[in-house]
Design a protein around this ligand. Structure first.
Ligand code: SDX
Length: 376
């Protein structure tokens, strides 16, 4: 579609604001959180430390990290009336719809005194602690698993695994999930973060901004891709069929989920790291099927379209091997990205400017109004 001059469809390459939270070098394939390279954070940090970094702009001391871990443990529990409502939601509901609804409802069922500084870092911590509990509460009821316990001794990564598969992860599994949470925590002005900032720019509250973000992340062109990658692998079945099936899809101009990116022109550095974790978890489980299938799909898509994998290509294979249900993959993405969403909302509050672009009007401007009686 040829654009009218000045229109940047999808706001592609439009620089909308200044931020200190995240830098993406799409040509070099670099991702930086508050000055730190994602490869260093994935190798040496943990999700709690990264959330602290995103919110405060600096790495925590040991005492500050211990305090944050303790707060996450304390803030995991939900108001009982909200638990009742989550458990009464239809079991066939899309978990992202449940998450969006429950985040919105949390603001109603959270007594003011329990809402730790609603639109501040306290609120950010509350929401970051609560999202895994929301997802786990819904999933356990539909799966007939015993009710969730807060388990304050567990890290966010270990708690997420416990919440979703009702067992404690092995050390390797916990590390794999922790790295996945680090890698998904922020990504500059992606669609869901932008939605959160638009909401915050009207001076609306943190809970509303995160509700906007959850609804946006659900889309298959954004966070929902990780679930559809697994559907694709199940459709392909074996590596021998990968070539033909991918070729057919490309011939029909279908999008292959997990590939391509608006900003990265080379491999997404998160895909590089998740590919290695997919291999390690596959080897530990004695099941390389997903990894080998993904490697084959990668080769065909890159050869035919010159496209690289993005963060969504390998994450689902790791979650699947841990026994996590496919429709919980995007909620896992959300339970990490909520740290980034809230960091951006707080940054918006600090340097507020209503976000309001314009549209180039291409419709008529001089029509004559006809009374309904004259319209036949
Ligand atoms: C995330 O923004 C972020 O940072 C997002 C994210 C984050 O951390 O928040 O990184 C997370 O959302 C990752 C992306 C997950 N989505 C998918 O994997 C869905 C599949 N990918 C595509 O839909 C697409 O690549 C997008 C949406 C990710 C980016 O699309 P763009 O920048 O709008 O690119 P485009 O649609 O203009 O495509 C350019 C060309 C087209 O070819 P032509 O029609 O010009 O011949 O590349 C083709 C597209 O058809 N193309 C693909 C493709 N992605 C682009 N062809 C096949 N399969 C694909 N996946």
């Amino acid at each position: 579609m040829v654009e009218a001059p000045g229109v940047q469809r999808g706001l592609e390459d439009v620089v909308a604001l200044e931020s200190r939270i995240c830098f993406i070098d799409g040509l070099q394939g670099r991702l930086i959180y508050q000055g730190y390279d994602i490869r260093d954070l994935a190798a040496q940090s943990n999700f709690e430390e990264v959330a602290y970094l995103l919110w405060y702009g600096r790495l925590p001391t040991a005492a500050q990290l211990a305090e944050l871990r303790e707060r996450f443990g304390l803030l995991r529990a939900l108001p009982p009336s909200l638990v009742d409502r989550i458990e009464s939601m239809p079991p066939e509901s899309n978990p992202m719809d449940v998450l969006r609804t429950a985040v919105s409802a949390l603001a109603l069922f959270e007594p003011e005194e329990a809402k730790p500084g609603a639109s501040s870092i306290g609120g950010a911590q509350r929401l970051t602690a609560a999202l895994p509990t929301i997802i786990g509460t819904f999933h356990r009821r539909r799966a007939g698993l015993p009710p969730l316990r807060a388990r304050p001794e567990l890290s966010q990564a270990a708690y997420l695994v416990y919440a979703l598969v009702d067992r404690d992860p092995t050390e390797l599994e916990a590390r794999a999930i922790d790295v996945a949470l680090i890698l998904h925590a922020d990504h500059e002005l992606n669609a869901s973060t932008f939605a959160a900032r638009v909401t915050a720019s009207t001076l609306s509250d943190l809970y509303s901004a995160v509700t906007s973000a959850v609804g946006t992340l659900k889309g298959p062109l954004h966070g929902g891709a990780n679930e559809r990658v697994m559907e694709l692998l199940n459709e392909i079945g074996t590596t021998e069929l990968a070539e033909a099936i991918i070729q057919e899809k490309l011939a029909r101009h279908e999008r292959i989920m997990g590939f391509g990116h608006r900003v990265y022109k080379v491999e997404d550095p998160r895909a590089t790291i998740l590919r290695e974790w997919s291999r390690q978890i596959g080897e530990a489980k004695g099941n390389m099927r997903y990894f080998e299938l993904l490697r084959k799909v990668e080769a065909v898509v890159h050869r035919e379209k010159g496209l690289y994998p993005n963060v969504d290509l390998y994450s689902g294979s790791i979650y699947s091997l841990l026994g996590i249900a496919h429709d919980l993959f995007t909620p896992i993405f959300a339970s990490s990205r909520v740290a980034g969403w809230t960091a951006h909302v707080l940054e918006e509050y600090q340097d507020l400017r209503l976000i309001r672009p314009t549209a180039k009007y291409v419709g008529p401007t001089d029509l004559t109004y006809e009374p309904i009686a004259a319209r036949g």
